[in-house]
Design a protein around this ligand. Sequence first.
Ligand SMILES: Cc1cc2nc3c(=O)[nH]c(=O)nc-3n(C[C@H](O)[C@H](O)[C@H](O)COP(=O)(O)OP(=O)(O)OC[C@H]3O[C@@H](n4cnc5c(N)ncnc54)[C@H](O)[C@@H]3O)c2cc1C
Length: 433
Amino acid sequence: MKICGWGRYPTIDAKVLLPQTHGDCTNFLKSNQIVLPRGMGRSYGDSANSSVVIQTSYLDHFIEFDVSTGVLTCEAGVSIREILQLIVPKGWFMPVTPGSSFITVGGAIASDVHGKNHHLSGTFSEHLLSLELMLGDGEILSVAKDVYPDLFRATCGGMGLTGIILSASFQLKPIQSSQIIQSTIKTNCLEEIYEQFESNYASTYSVAWIDCLTKGKQLGRSLLILGEHLQDGVLEFKKQKTLNLPFDIPKLFLNHHSIKAFNAIYYHRVFSKIKTEVIPLERYFFPLDSIGNWNRLYGKAGFVQYQFVLPIAAGVKGMRQILEVIVGSGKGSFLAVLKAFGTANKNFLSFPIKGYTLALDFKTSKETTELIKKLDSMVVEMGGRIYLTKDALMSETSFKKTYLQWEQFEEVRAKYGAIGKFASSQSKRLGLR
Ligand SMILES: Cc1cc2nc3c(=O)[nH]c(=O)nc-3n(C[C@H](O)[C@H](O)[C@H](O)COP(=O)(O)OP(=O)(O)OC[C@H]3O[C@@H](n4cnc5c(N)ncnc54)[C@H](O)[C@@H]3O)c2cc1C
């Protein structure tokens, strides 16, 4: 069948294997030369694409949940959404969650995902107690920070290239309410949003929506959205009503003017300098999950999500330079998201480094490819890097210049027999063996 990531670009023909047991996984590994594990395909580019994928849809069982300590063990195909339905009513929450709940635990580990609390809580793998990994020859190893530490560092953030994650055990975070106190602060330019991030560093959650089409003095005008768990209240995770886009949005409606209008309306919907309200956690963490297939917004050809991080040293000046190029291209997106990152961890390919990260969408086109090439060279020059789970276009040179531990990653893969067994369209493009 045809498979693709959430950006619907690129699409390839693939054999999709659906194991129900560990025995099935072993047999699939034996009968196929090269494979790639796959979760819900919510990575945007080609990191979950390969001509043979082992999809974990049926490896989706809960194994153990200790309600008193908040330790959860489940198979890799369980989604964050399913976990929240189980744990929120019992007073627990994910220690780290990305902006969609439709992703699997295996995908969260392989991308070493971050949330709106990276500056204080790090990535998902920093809350992992252990994971079970099936190597290319079918052997199953129990791996943790201090048990096969090299394999742990390669698997977390390793984009499925070390083996199949079968299950994982991790520490949840206690909550007293499923409501979030959301404070929205309106800022007039990029410099002001950086200042606001700094002065609100102690906030548990922070994320900014940034207008990526306004020029001049107002370049980078934003809404900083802070969040804190309410200390007392109901504990429920409601099934959100999901709207579905019934068709791909025609090209005609998707242009500089419509995106600019959307950005202006979004910015001006907040009237005052600060607005505070109490909202359900699903609205704070997963606003896009309520539109089932919003990835059709960019039309049939699909889109590329571009997420990069710049180190602190690049400063607001570096971010301004990049934003000027984006604004100048007229190719900004509906939603551009800015976040502050805390300290990097030790995993070989995990994305976050201390600094600021910006994510935005570009409709797929020749000009987009040219623009991204230009942006890549600026990001590399400033000591930043591109997020692998969003990437579809990065060159091998840019990858190797910015993920400086890629050789150690390859050594660990060689040691545990992953080379020549696990590969993706992305790993081939980036020159991994
Ligand atoms: C709306 C939206 C918002 C998002 N927000 C964020 C965010 O805030 N922060 C963030 O970090 N990410 C974010 N993401 C990206 C998403 O969290 C990651 O791409 C995640 O890896 C997707 O999980 P998945 O189960 O769909 O994995 P897939 O997309 O299927 O696979 C992703 C990678 O994981 C590997 N993999 C999957 N399962 C396994 C397994 N069992 N064993 C080994 N490897 C495996 C695959 O080989 C592939 O390399 C967002 C995505 C969307 C669509």
